[in-house]
Design a protein around this ligand. Structure first.
Ligand code: ADP
Ligand code: MG
Length: 704
C-alpha cells in the first residue's frame, strides 16, 4: 500500500451527490444536525441509519389484510371512482378471490390513475394498510406494478425497505435517493479493524457494513445487534478511544519524574491510623504508588462511594511524594471541606514529619503569607485549599502531586492550569459521583481508574424508609427522641422548581416549625447564607449545639459529621437517584445505626416510585448509578456539571458498552505498538480518525 488511504469522497459535502442540490443539501444538514450544508459530509449521511423496515416480500390475500402496517397484495382492477369533492381522493378498486381492496390517491389525476391501473389487469400493490367502512385500503402505495397474474414472482421494488428518521421538507424517496448515491461513494478501503476480531464477531468490512444496513436483505440486518451495526458502532467507539489513547500517550511520555521514598515511613504512617485500611484502599494506594514510582505522569481517577475513605488514599500518596521531597496540593470543593481535610492530614502527617498548610479565604493575611513562603521554599510538603487559592501567586518548590477532590466542580482547563504549577506533577482526581464504567471509559478514557468498592469496617447500615409527608408529626417526634440521645439530623428541604425564592421560603418556614417544636437546636443553611455564617452553622452542627440542620441541597459535599444519624429528605420524589444517594451518604458514618427518611407527596409518578424503591432496596452506589443511567439516559446523569461526555451517533453506550471496553483495549494496544500510526494498520486508522473528525489528534500525530 502506498500513501494515504483515500476517503476523500466520503468526507466531501453532500451536495456532491447526484440529485442533491442546495435546497436538499440544507434539508439534509438539518436532518443530520449539522450547522450548514457545507459541513454535512457524505459520511454523515451514511451514518443516518434506518429506524425501521418495511417488508414487502410476503404476499397476503385481501381477506388476511393486517390491522395496520405494510402489506403487499395482488389484485385484479375492477373499477375506478373519481374524486367527489375538489380535495377528495381518486380510488381504484381491485379484488382477489377473497375480497375487495381500495387503492387511494390524493395526488395524481383520474386519467393518470386509470391509465396506470387499467381495469382487468393484475396489479401488485404494496403499502400501509388502513381500514375504511370495514374494508382494507392502501393510501398512496409505496410500490405498484402490473403483473402477469396472482402467482407472478416477486419483482424489484417489493423487497425489504429501510425506513429512516425524517425531517420536514424531505420525502422518504429523496432521502433514499441520496443515501443510494452515498453508497456509490463507498470504495473498498484498507481495513483498520483487526482481522481476528472481525472473524470472531463475524463482522463485515466497512463498505459492506453500510451496504448491509442501508440495503438490508433480512429484517435482522438493521437491528442494532446485527453484525453490521455492531461493526459500525465499534468503528465509532474505536475512533474516540484511539483519540483519547493518543492524547494520553503524548501526555505521559512528555515528562514526569520517578519518585522514591522510604517504605518504612509509609508503614509508620499506616500504623499510626486508628483503623486498618480497607482492602480497596490498599489496592488504590498500591496503584497510586506504582504510578508515583514510574516515570510517566499519573492521571488517575479514584472513584468511591461517599464514606469509602478516599481522603486516606490521598494522604498516603502525599506522604509518598513527601518522602521524595515532593509537595502535594489538595484541592477541596469548599472552604469547609478544605478545613476538614487539613485537620485530618495535619493530625496524621505532621507527627510523621510532613508539614501541612491550609490555604483558604478565611485564614489571616499573615497566616497566608507564611503558608505561601513555606510552600515556595519547600518547608511545607502539603497544601490544602480551594481551587481559587491555587490560581493566584502560590508557588511550589517541587509540586509532585495534585489531588482534586470531588472532580465535577473543576473543569478540564482548570485541571490543566493546576498541573502547570508543577510541570512534572502527577494528578489524582477523587470523586464520589458513581459514574458507571462505560461512562468513565467514554469520558475519561485517558485516565486510569482506581475504585473503592468496600466501606470501612464497622459502618452501620442505613435503613431507608419511604414515608408520606402526611406523617410529618411522627417524624418530628422521632427527631426529638434522637436528639435526646445525643444524635444529629439533617433535614433537606423541598426542591421547589424553578425559582430559588420558593425553595428558600420552604427552608425558612421548615426551620421555623422545627424550632418551635424542638427548641433552639435547629440550624439553617441555604444558597443565600453568607459563606462565613454557613461555616459557623456547619461547625456548630459538627461540634456545637446545633442538633438539626435544615438545608437546601447545598449540604456540603464531603462534610463528615459522624454523630449525624438521621437524614430527612422532603419531596424526595423530585430528586435524582444519584443526588438522593449522595445525600444519604451524609449519615451512617459513626458507630450508631442510621436512618434515611424519604418523604414524598402523593400522587407518585411511576418513575419517581421506581427511584424511591431503588433507594430503599440498595445502598450500593454503583448499582444506583446504573439504575439512574437506565432511568435517565447517560447524557443527563452527568448533567450540566460535567461537560465533555461524548455523544455517539451509531453506538449506544447502554447497548454497546461491551464494545467500548474492547475498543479501549484495542486503542491502547495500537498506541503501544504503533504510536505514530504509520504501520500497516496505523494508516487506515488515521482514515478512521478523519472520518470521525478527530482533527486535533491528527494534527498532533503530524507534529510528532
Ligand atoms: P469519602 O470517600 O466520602 O471522601 P472520607 O475520606 O471522608 O470519605 O472518609 C469518611 C470517614 O471514614 C472519615 O471519618 C474517615 O476517617 C473514615 N475512614 C476512612 N478510612 C477508614 C477505614 N479504613 N476504617 C475506618 N474508618 C475509615
Ligand atoms: Mg471526601
Amino acid at each position: 500500500m502506498t500513501g494515504n488511504v483515500d476517503i476523500g469522497r466520503l468526507i466531501a459535502p453532500v451536495n456532491r451527490l447526484a440529485g442533491v442540490g442546495p435546497g436538499r443539501a440544507d434539508r439534509l444538514a438539518h436532518l443530520l444536525g449539522r450547522e450548514s450544508a457545507a459541513e454535512t459530509r457524505i459520511f454523515d449521511l451514511l451514518n443516518h441509519l434506518p429506524s425501521g423496515i418495511s417488508d414487502r416480500r410476503t404476499l397476503v390475500k385481501v381477506a388476511d389484510a393486517p390491522e395496520r402496517g405494510t402489506a403487499t397484495y395482488t389484485v385484479r382492477i375492477t373499477g375506478h371512482e373519481a374524486s367527489r369533492t375538489p380535495k377528495g381522493p381518486v380510488r381504484a378498486f381491485g379484488e382477489d378471490e377473497t375480497g375487495k381492496l381500495a387503492i387511494v390517491f390524493f395526488r395524481g389525476g383520474y386519467k393518470w390513475i386509470v391509465g396506470a391501473l387499467p381495469v382487468g389487469e393484475w396489479v401488485r400493490v404494496s403499502g400501509d394498510t388502513t381500514w375504511r367502512d370495514g374494508r382494507p385500503q392502501v393510501i398512496h402505495p409505496d410500490a405498484t406494478a402490473i403483473v402477469d397474474g396472482p402467482d407472478a414472482p416477486i419483482g424489484p421494488g417489493f423487497g425489504l425497505e429501510p425506513t429512516y428518521p425524517m425531517t420536514q421538507g424531505l420525502t422518504p424517496g429523496v432521502l433514499a435517493g441520496a443515501i443510494g448515491a452515498a453508497l456509490e461513494m463507498l470504495a473498498d478501503i484498507p481495513e483498520w479493524l483487526d482481522g481476528a476480531l472481525m472473524t470472531r464477531e463475524s463482522w463485515p468490512g466497512f463498505a459492506d457494513a453500510y451496504r448491509t444496513v442501508h440495503r438490508p436483505e433480512e429484517v435482522g440486518d438493521i437491528l442494532p445487534t446485527s453484525p453490521a451495526r455492531r461493526r459500525l458502532a465499534y468503528d465509532e467507539l474505536l475512533a474516540s478511544q484511539l483519540a483519547l489513547a493518543i492524547v494520553r500517550d503524548r501526555e505521559r511520555t512528555r515528562r514526569g519524574k520517578a519518585r522514591r521514598w522510604d517504605p518504612a515511613a509509609i508503614d509508620a504512617l499506616e500504623a499510626s491510623l486508628p483503623f486498618a485500611l480497607t482492602p480497596s484502599q490498599r489496592l488504590a494506594i498500591a496503584e497510586v504508588s506504582a504510578d508515583l514510582a514510574a516515570e510517566h505522569r499519573m492521571t488517575r481517577l479514584v472513584q468511591g462511594d461517599v464514606g469509602s475513605g478516599k481522603t486516606m488514599v490521598a494522604m498516603v500518596a502525599a506522604a509518598m511524594a513527601a518522602g521524595d521531597g515532593g509537595q502535594t496540593a489538595i484541592m477541596a470543593p469548599t472552604d469547609l471541606v478544605a478545613r476538614q481535610h487539613y485537620e485530618t492530614l495535619a493530625r496524621f502527617l505532621e507527627p510523621q514529619g510532613v508539614p501541612v498548610r491550609l490555604l483558604t479565604g478565611r485564614i489571616s493575611d499573615a497566616e497566608r503569607a507564611r503558608a505561601m513562603a513555606d510552600l515556595a521554599d519547600g518547608a511545607a510538603k502539603v497544601a490544602v485549599g480551594t481551587h481559587a487559592l491555587f490560581q493566584g501567586a502560590v508557588e511550589f518548590a517541587d509540586l509532585a502531586l495534585v489531588v482534586v477532590d470531588e472532580q465535577h466542580r473543576f473543569g478540564v482547563s482548570q485541571r490543566m492550569a493546576l498541573t502547570q504549577k508543577g510541570p512534572t506533577s502527577d494528578l489524582l482526581v477523587m470523586t464520589a459521583t458513581p459514574i458507571p464504567r462505560t461512562l468513565v471509559l467514554a469520558s475519561y478514557g485517558d485516565m486510569d481508574v482506581s475504585r473503592l468498592t468496600d466501606k470501612p469496617a464497622g459502618r452501620q447500615p442505613i435503613e431507608t424508609r419511604v414515608v408520606s409527608d402526611t406523617r410529618l408529626g411522627d417524624i418530628i417526634e422521632r427527631l426529638r427522641a434522637a436528639i435526646g440521645r445525643g444524635e444529629k439530623a439533617y433535614w433537606v428541604c423541598p426542591l421547589v422548581e424553578p425559582g430559588e425564592e420558593s425553595e428558600l421560603t420552604a427552608a425558612v418556614s421548615r426551620h421555623k416549625v422545627l424550632t418551635e417544636r424542638l427548641g433552639p437546636v435547629v440550624g439553617l443553611v441555604h444558597g443565600k447564607t453568607p459563606l462565613g455564617e454557613r461555616e459557623d452553622v456547619m461547625a456548630a452542627f459538627k461540634d456545637g449545639d446545633v442538633s438539626v440542620l435544615v438545608a437546601t441541597t447545598v449540604v456540603e459535599v464531603g462534610v463528615d459529621v459522624p454523630d449525624a444519624t438521621i437524614m430527612v429528605i422532603e419531596n424526595a420524589e423530585r430528586f435524582g437517584l444519584s443526588q438522593l444517594h449522595q445525600l444519604r451518604g451524609r449519615v451512617g458514618r459513626g458507630s450508631k445505626p442510621s436512618t434515611c427518611l424519604l418523604l414524598y407527596r402523593s400522587p407518585l409518578g411511576a418513575v419517581a416510585r421506581q427511584r424511591l424503591d431503588t433507594m430503599r432496596a440498595t445502598n450500593d452506589g454503583f448499582r444506583i448509578a446504573e439504575d439512574d443511567l437506565k432511568l435517565r439516559g447517560e447524557g443527563e446523569l452527568l448533567g450540566t456539571r460535567q461537560s465533555g461526555a461524548p455523544q455517539f451517533h451509531v453506538a449506544d453506550l447502554d447497548r454497546d458498552g461491551d464494545l467500548l471496553q474492547m475498543a479501549s483495549d484495542d486503542a491502547r494496544l495500537v498506541v503501544a505498538t504503533d504510536r505514530d500510526l504509520t504501520g500497516e494498520r496505523g494508516r487506515p486508522l488515521r482514515a478512521l480518525l478523519t472520518l470521525y473528525e478527530r482533527r486535533r489528534v491528527i494534527e498532533r500525530l503530524r507534529s510528532g
